[in-house]
Write a protein that binds this ligand. Structure first.
Ligand code: F0G
Length: 454
């Protein structure tokens, strides 16, 4: 089938090692069967995330050399602002150290106890910040988003009728904001259509509710808009960004994803919003011209934003993911379809159908992938959920093991290796056993919790 092409050449490399299987078994047991707790040196294919580990360009490294060190008024921040103006067309910019720091500021500024935030789907850190200040998260993703295999091009779309009626039922004053997550992470990196995003903001304006775009995964999402949505085919990438910035009140993103650097940004067309959030930046992050980012990070961020206007740059994630997904799906391995952004997602309820939900199928498949291939996936299922306030387990709608494909990092032969190992595991899936907690942290438990084999 169609083979993706690397539109770059590799000029700096990092050595990898592939430990023998007996040692891998020992390492995953020492890590409490949690792939977050493995050491990178023990991993062959690190597919935990695309966050902060994408391949940076020569121009990004070059830009880092001209960084302007200053506590206040750094030229590096001026260059970030210029890049945001070019890409989003907005002039009001707040810096933060990464995406979840933007979420902390949003939660502090706008979420009061008992208020509800409506979103297509939650993200782990978003929900943790909102619930920490007493807010509630409600998900309004269209029902098609939760069906593992469909041919729907935009599974991240909102159910617009439900959004309308939920705002009416709650009353606009009770809704802190509506958040659209581009490239919906936890349901398999599934995009939202441009039409659906605009329709959400129209509903928000009509009802008098704030609209927020989490643009962390917007780069992949825009690729899918260009490929799958008729109205976007002939639009310039920049025109899509500008249109979104015209419609949303607030946009924020993790630059670990959107610009292939580090850091985070909040921006808005109307200065009213950045003014309302501004005081939290020096309080939690740092002065208004760095917000926790070092100057070299800001230079890489600015350059990465310009580069994200290039189709031959933003196609590098989705096209390699599509290749891996098709390899697996053609073999019969249950994967989320259609292929989305961020990574290839194994549907673990179908991978190990007999494993009870309370034995954490996605966590079990993830640990098994490390043992059989030195591959590090990320659990995106029930372990990544948080318990209900009364302590009962909240079972995830989708039990996913995510094989993230950081852009411009792996070669096609490495992806073929991954496909081969996953197929082997699929053929031998009866070997996979369930997990139970040994140490369960209260907040964001998936990051550092420990489990053992049952
Ligand atoms: N929003 C989305 C949609 C994300 O995917 C992430 C991070 C964040 C916010 C938080 O940003 O990590 O810079 O604080 N996602 C990473 C992942 C961690 O691997 O899925 P951050």
């Amino acid at each position: 089938h169609q083979v993706p092409l690397e539109m770059h050449k590799v000029r700096m490399v990092q050595k990898l090692s592939l430990l023998p299987v007996e040692e891998r078994l020992k390492k995953i047991q020492e890590a409490g069967n949690n792939t977050f707790l493995l050491q990178n040196k023990d991993i062959f294919m690190d597919m935990l995330t695309d966050s902060g580990v994408n391949g940076m360009s020569d121009l990004q490294f070059g830009a880092m050399m001209q960084a302007d060190d200053a506590y206040a008024g750094s030229e590096s921040f001026t260059r970030v602002k210029a890049a945001i103006k070019e890409v989003f067309g907005t002039e009001n910019v707040l810096p933060a150290h990464q995406g979840r720091a933007c979420e902390n500021i949003l939660a502090e500024a706008y979420v009061k106890p008992g208020m509800v935030t409506l979103m297509n789907f939650h993200f782990t850190t978003t929900k943790a910040h909102i619930t920490r200040v007493g807010g509630v998260v409600e998900e309004i993703v269209d029902a098609k988003g939760l069906i593992p295999q469909t041919d729907d091009p935009f599974k991240g779309d909102f159910d617009l009728d439900k959004l309308r009626s939920r705002i009416d039922e709650l009353g606009p004053d009770k809704v802190a904001f509506v958040r659209v997550e581009a490239g919906t992470n936890l349901i398999g990196g599934q995009p939202v259509s441009l039409s659906n995003m605009i329709a959400v903001t129209d509903i928000c304006h009509e009802k008098g509710v704030k609209s927020v775009l989490d643009a962390s995964l917007l780069q992949d999402n825009i690729y899918f808009m260009k490929m799958r949505e008729a109205r976007c085919k002939y639009m310039e990438i920049k025109d899509i960004y500008h249109l979104l910035a015209d419609h949303f009140d607030i946009i924020y993103f993790s630059a670990r994803k959107l610009s292939f650097s580090k850091g985070g940004i909040i921006t808005s067309k109307d200065p009213k919003f950045t003014k309302e959030m501004m005081e939290y930046v020096p309080l939690y992050e740092g002065f208004l011209t760095y917000g926790g980012m070092d100057v070299r990070t800001m230079e890489a961020l600015a350059q990465g934003l310009y580069e994200s206007l290039d189709m031959e740059y933003i196609n590098q994630g989705p096209e390699f993911i599509k290749y891996l997904t098709k390899e697996l799906s053609d073999y019969g391995v249950p994967v989320i379809l259609p292929a989305g952004g961020l990574g290839c997602h194994l549907d673990c309820q179908a991978f190990v159908p007999n494993m009870p939900h309370n034995q954490y199928p996605a966590g079990a498949v993830s640990a098994a992938l490390y043992i059989i291939g030195g591959i590090r996936p990320m659990e995106r299922g029930t372990l990544s959920e948080q318990r209900e306030p009364d302590g009962t387990e909240r079972y995830a709608e989708l039990e996913l093991a995510r094989l993230a494909v950081p852009r411009r990092v792996f070669t096609l032969s490495q992806l073929k290796y991954v496909a081969d190992r996953v197929k082997w595991l699929w053929d031998n899936r009866e070997l996979i056993g369930g997990l139970e907690w040994v140490e369960e942290p209260k907040v964001l438990r998936f990051f550092f919790g420990r489990l053992k084999e049952i």
